[in-house]
Each structure stands twice: as structure tokens, then as C-alpha cells.
Design a protein around this ligand. Sequence first.
Ligand code: DGL
Length: 266
Amino acid sequence: MEKPIGVLDSGVGGLTVVKSIQKILPHEDIIYFGDSKNVPYGNREEDEIFTLTMAMLKYFEKRNVKMVAIACNTISTIADRFRDKFDFPIVDIITPTVNHIENMGIDKMVILGTDFTIRTKAYEKLLRERRKDYEISSERSPRLAELVDRGDYKSREIYDTIGGHLESISQMGNFYNIVLACTHYPIVEDIFLELDPTLNYINPGFQQAKAMRMILHEKGILKKEGKGSLQVLTSGSPEIYQMVLNKLEMRDVGEIKTVEIPPYLE
Ligand code: DGL
């Protein structure tokens, strides 16, 4: 029996990454864990995010995974704190996205992310290491991830929140490339496009999946045959996960289960 890949997020957002993983790594078995009980992470302090994430990583360690993808920008800002604690590779979502932006050859962009992601300046710092002259603007959303995790995609509140961000981005100057730097946001990319179809929305999930494939290939642990599987686990309620899976038109979902994982005690 080959080892599965673990994918984690604070909630449903990481399913947008799983969609790309299924496309790029169709033979892999995936265990997804979304910590909906504790979402949103983006309004928390670093130590809380660390402790909650350690609990998920410890759970994946017990499930004998061969790799973990942090399908969450907020947690990825502190990915280095986890790497030396586990034997399996831990792939963050920010580094592959910055590599992609560099390859795109663009000069300016807006980073739209959670309060924590923007506060850490994680994207900005990494981008500036590549090119000092990037023009980078940031827009922080303390609300959107939580609204998406609630699952009411037709609500006035979601439309008003996204509309408000697009309005403030339009006042920042002439920006065209918007990094959807929270994995919850691509779930409602259709609303972004409905409200402003003229902008280019960059979805980091695809870049993360490509980075995962490269690491699995380099380590010789890429699964090359057989039908991949997906098990979705959450500390919250499964209904919203089914709704998002349907919205993203995702395939091959086995069980969706609520599980309780032990808290991490340092
Ligand atoms: N989906 C997450 C991200 O990519 C976090 C959302 C949250 O829990 O605040 O940042």
C-alpha cells in the first residue's frame, strides 16, 4: 500500500488546491483535513496558528503520509517553523506562487489575503528577494474567508465584501494582476469575475500542485499508476464540504467525515 499525501487548511479553502492536485497528480491518494471548527486562522496570532497546525501535522504523521501540502496561505507564512519537526516534506503555497509571478514577468500586483498573511508581509518579502523594483500593493480581508467557509455564496454580504475589496483595489492605481492569496477565495472566483471581469486573478493552488509533483518526482515517490482517491476530513460539519466539492465540480470523493484530532500540547 503506497503512502497518501496530506493536505491541510483552516477550512474548505484548500479544496481549491486539491482540485489542481487531482489534475496534476491523478494517481495519488489524498487525505484532506480542514479545521473548520477553528476557522478563520487569518485573524489569529502566530502561536495559535502554530499550535492548531501542529495538531493537524501530528495527525498526518500518524496516518503515515509521504508529504504534506499546506493549502493555506496564512499557515504557509510560518511554514519554516514546521519543517524540521517532521520527516516528510512540507510544501507551502507561497514559494511556488512567487516563482510563478517571477516567471510571468509582470512588474506590479496586488496581494489580497487574510489579515495575518498581509501583516506578515510574507509575499512581499519573498518577491523583493527576487526583484527589488516590484510594485506591490496589499489588500487585507478580515471577513471573506469566514464568509466562504459558511457556504452562502449568493449572500449580499459576500457580494458586498468582494465588491468593497475590488473598489479599494481600483483606487490603488492601475493594477491588473490580483493574487488570490487565500485558498478560500478561488471558491468564489466567479463572483470576482462577475464584479470585475477586466482583472487577472492569480490562483496559487495550481502552482503549489506543480511544486508537489516536482518534489515527489525528485524523491522518486511519485505514484504513477492506479486511480487516486480523496478522503475529506474536518473538525467541523461535512455539509459545507460537499457543497464546495459540488461547486468546484470535483470527482472521486470517498467519505466526508467529522473527526476529532488531539490538541497539540508543547
Ligand atoms: N484558507 C486560508 C488561507 O489561504 C485561511 C483562511 C482563514 O482561515 O482565515 O489563507
